[in-house]
Design a protein around this ligand. Structure first.
Ligand code: GCB
Length: 590
């Protein structure tokens, strides 16, 4: 199936039941029509819809005919957007929701039509005019289908069955610490493109070389060698390329770009065309490497001043999806003094990623392989690989992304080690210009030497080790923080990828009492952690958990949590807690 999908993907004509692995960039090409807006919806908790053929969206014609479903005159849901926050009865809902709408098409001779979903959580099944288009599993990455042959001129009907039930063999699986938002979370487009069109491209600096651009262009629908043009006018690049018969060309071009940095996130207008088919992008150029315990950006050591956040707008208590949402989140990140974000725990929408990059933020992007994964199930590797490919395909041109992370807090076992080692390899095959990381929560402490250490084969395979450690919250500091030593992957960069504790905004109390949820206690945790960090020789960055309080059904303290994880530096109402100032001070001093 994998080979078949890839083969079909290369030619861009997959009307198979699987989504194509490569995706176009619908934001950068002409011919994209948004299918965002209000869609009709039916909630189907008992999974009756397939037997009832909801996907046909039939209308009764005979006098004696009746139908026990109707998309009209009922629930209307906003796309993009999660369904949980759009109707009170959907708040905790996990199950099927059927979406439907009409849209008009006027097909152009010689052109093809693609349906592009930027993100549907968790599983999507799609029909057009009653015909099955395909399905996709995984809530945080895009997918597309060639639907040319299913569309008619005039009004067409699209039905999408979305299911967000947690599943044992899912990624993430049964238990995770964020709201299980379901729905068509991100943009939907119908895109008209030439039969032979630019499907995929990568334009980046070669690893460690600030004067050499390298990459590829992949045409879809090609049956022979074809001309392709790459232009970056500001760099004086107007390169004529020729693809092979599969539509691919690989290039290397000498160039002298102003490098992308947090201080000057320079981006260049890039155009890739085949005849009249043009894709435009804004791309920055930088190198990222490690040198022993250091991370080198453009050859110079950089300390990652980071923060974690979910793709959520706390004030609205729903998923972030718009430019305005991205602006709110990124302005709060900048206000904290950061140069780095960890888009926990999944690839976030392109609006956030692109805005972060424009604002000079380096990015850690992660697939949602979060604790509790059923590694012994052979299906997991395939699913994880698909998510990894989709993440890398979508964002491989983003200079902001410096780290691909393959997992968060997984426990060593033969199965897990095998799956994750293969994922590390695949990441490097897909993109050798970035660093590969994972976040670990299994550092142990040697009481004799007052030293933290790690014994985990995976830590030997990744380029950067992320450590999640909640000293002062889930675990006490084993001794005075200034006496604690760290000997964790000493030859590699270590990022404190999570630390912190909970506090309810406005609650004050003694700084040494954990159970009163005070801002003072949270502030003290931060100060103690920073004291300890001074003794981590290979510390290359920090990213506290977490920017905002976020919704999580796991959080059951009725007085202080009530379905919210309160580790935010900023409350769900946008108020800054005392710890915010400690982080700000730490970053401003570096
Ligand atoms: C973690 C997880 C994160 C949780 C956090 C917490 O280690 O990686 O997803 O939300 O701890 O608050 O417990």
């Amino acid at each position: 199936m994998k080979t078949l999908t890839l083969l079909l993907a290369c030619f861009g004509f997959a009307t198979s039941l699987m989504a194509q692995n490569f995706m176009m960039n619908p934001y950068g090409c002409e011919g994209a029509t948004s299918l965002n807006g209000k869609w009709n919806a039916i909630i189907d908790p008992f999974s009756r819809g397939k037997a009832g053929r909801f996907y046909e969206n039939r209308q009764a014609k005979e006098k004696s005919e009746f139908l026990e479903y109707s998309f009209e005159h009922g629930l209307r849901l906003e796309v993009p957007g999660d369904f949980n926050s759009q109707a009170p009865e959907l708040l905790y809902y996990e199950g099927n929701v059927w979406y439907q709408r009409h849209f008009d098409v006027k097909k152009t001779e010689g052109m093809r039509q693609f349906l592009y979903f930027a993100g549907v959580s968790y599983e999507a099944e799609i029909w057009i005019n009653g015909q099955e288009v395909g399905q996709h599993e995984g809530g945080f990455t895009p997918f597309q289908f060639d639907v040319t042959d299913l569309l008619a001129d005039g009004t067409n009907d699209i039905v999408v069955l979305v299911n967000n039930e947690r599943r044992v063999d899912g990624i993430p699986a049964m238990d995770f610490d964020w709201w299980n938002y379901g729905g068509i979370l991100r943009d939907v487009f119908l895109v008209e493109r030439a039969t032979v069109h630019v499907l995929d491209y990568k334009v980046q600096l070669a690893k460690g070389k600030a004067d050499t651009l390298t990459g590829h262009v992949q045409l879809a629908g090609a049956k022979q060698a074809n001309p392709v043009k790459l232009s970056i006018p500001e760099l004086g690049i107007e390169q004529e390329l020729t693809t092979d018969a599969t539509g691919k060309t690989i290039f290397t071009i000498a160039a002298d770009p102003v490098l992308w940095t947090p201080e000057n996130p320079k981006m260049y207008a890039v155009e890739i065309s085949h005849g009249n088919d043009v894709v435009r992008d804004e791309i920055g150029f930088r190198t990222i490497e490690t040198d022993g315990p250091k991370i080198l950006l453009n050859g110079k050591p950089v300390f990652l001043k980071g923060i974690n956040f979910h793709e959520e707008i706390p004030q609205r208590a729903g998923r972030a999806y718009s430019d305005a949402d991205a602006a709110m989140i990124i302005s709060e990140v900048k206000a904290l003094g950061c140069n780095f974000i960890r888009t926990a725990h999944y690839p976030q929408n392109e609006r956030i990623v692109r805005l972060a990059e424009k604002n000079g933020l380096m990015i850690w992007s992660e697939i949602p392989l979060w604790q509790g994964i059923e590694f012994s199930n052979p299906a997991i590797l395939q699913k994880a690989e698909d998510m990894l490919r989709e993440m890398v395909y979508r964002d491989k041109n983003r200079a902001g992304i410096i780290i691909w992370s393959i997992a968060n807090e997984t426990s060593p076992s033969d199965y897990r080690d095998k799956v994750l080692t293969e994922l590390v390899q695949l990441t490097r095959e897909l993109d050798d210009t970035r660093l590969v990381a994972a976040a670990f929560d299994n550092c142990r402490y040697n009481k004799e030497t007052n030293t933290f250490f790690i014994k985990d084969k995976l830590s030997e395979v990744v380029d950067v080790v992320g450590v999640n450690k909640y000293l002062g919250w889930y675990n006490r500091f084993p001794t005075d923080p200034s006496k604690i030593k760290w000997d964790v992957a000493p030859d590699k960069p270590l990022i404190m990828s999570e630390f912190g504790g909970e506090a309810m905004f406005g609650v004050r109390g003694p700084a040494d009492v954990a159970h009163n949820w005070s801002e003072d206690y949270q502030e003290a945790i931060y100060r103690q952690n920073y004291t300890m960090f001074a003794n981590i020789p290979n510390l290359a960055g920090t990213s506290p958990w977490v920017l905002f309080d976020f919704r999580s059904p796991r959080r059951c303290h009725q007085k202080f949590q009530n379905g919210w994880n309160r580790k935010g530096l900023v409350s769900d109402k946008g108020q800054r807690k005392l710890a915010w100032w400690v982080v700000k001070e730490f970053y401003d001093a570096r």
